[in-house]
Design a protein around this ligand. Structure first.
Ligand code: NCD
Ligand code: ZN
Length: 317
């Protein structure tokens, strides 16, 4: 049984860190494990210009200290988390997509439709059929990252696609199915978007992540929220995993005997897809049980991480 695993320093290709006092808690967690991160700019107000993005980047860098580069990236409005982007909306950004395709800029997509006639659990599959397939037909050489995929449909789609399509996978979608949200009562800390799916989807995602296909890579979608806004009559979506991200991925890969595939998934595939150099340092995981704290301070509020008070089998040394 493997008891220790040394990897090239990994990157997190999908991360939320918020702003202001919250940065102080969450940026060091990510910086302790990852060399770089793509920071999703869904703030209130949103980051919509290059100028705002650069200012935001410098606020993040002030908390990232020694741990290397944390990159910021804009993703086009209309095709992402505010996913009221129907085909008409995508059509509106066609000139932008055309320009992005030409210069080789990546489009990062939150792949869900949100119309009320589509079942919540079918949003991702519907997105593939109604938006992604037409988009790819019109922009066959636009590089697309299908973010935080959650279904067998998406895994199959990406597996069958060409070198222009990659996908990020979260640790929580590799470890949990939708039962986690309802075990023993409603458990708001397991509620995220895209929502956890059936077991068959979790198994398909884990197969994809550990398959050796180089277009699947690590993106935690770690999404911190104040605990009181998650434990709420209308609780917000997002699982916080940055405090133990690599440990959770190791647990998932180990569960199917595929620890040997973790380095490519965590440290090589994303950088290669983005056309960026791989990191040079290393990080070591040990098989050593530990228990994350019940909560972290989060500005004036509390942040409850996934697996709080519950043992994890792997630990970053
Ligand atoms: C994200 C957040 O809180 O910013 N929440 C989540 O459940 N993943 C937004 C998002 O990525 O949809
Ligand atoms: Zn996200």
């Amino acid at each position: 049984m493997t008891s220790s695993l040394t990897l090239t320093r990994p990157d997190d290709w999908h991360l939320h860190v918020r702003d202001g006092a919250a940065l102080q808690t969450v940026v060091p967690h990510t910086a302790a494990q990852f060399g770089r991160a793509i920071i999703m700019p869904n703030l209130k107000p949103p980051v919509t210009t290059a100028e705002l993005a650069l200012a935001y980047k410098s606020r993040i860098m002030a908390k990232a200290k020694a741990a290397g580069v944390v990159a910021c990236k804009l993703y086009p409005a209309g095709a992402t988390t505010n996913s009221d982007a129907g085909v008409t909306d995508l059509k509106k950004i066609y000139p932008t997509l055309e320009a992005m395709q030409k210069v080789g800029m990546l489009l990062l997509v939150h792949g869900e439709v949100t119309s009320s006639d589509i079942d919540l659990f079918d949003r991702e599959a519907a997105f593939i059929d109604t938006q992604l397939i037409p988009l790819r037909r019109d922009f066959p050489e636009l590089k697309i990252v299908f973010e935080h995929i959650t279904t067998q449909d998406a895994a199959d789609y990406v597996m069958a696609a060409d070198r222009f399509v990659g996908a990020t996978l979260t640790a929580h979608h590799l470890l949990y199915n939708r039962n986690a949200i309802f075990t023993g009562g409603i458990r708001p800390h397991y509620y995220c978007l895209p929502v956890l799916k059936r077991e068959k989807h979790r198994v398909a995602l884990l197969n994809a992540a550990t398959s050796g296909n180089t277009r699947f890579f690590l993106g935690t979608d770690s999404a911190p929220h104040p605990a009181h806004l998650k434990e709420h009559a209308s609780g917000c979506a997002g699982c916080y995993t940055a405090h133990a991200a690599l440990e959770m991925y190791a647990e998932a890969f180990d569960s199917v005997g595929k620890l040997a595939q973790l380095e490519a998934f965590a440290s090589f595939n994303g950088a290669d897809f983005y056309g960026l150099p791989r990191n040079t340092g290393t990080i070591t995981l040990k098989r050593e049980a530990w228990t994350p704290p019940e909560s972290f301070q989060f500005g004036e509020a509390e942040l409850k991480p996934l697996r709080s008070g519950e043992a994890l089998p792997w630990r970053v040394a």
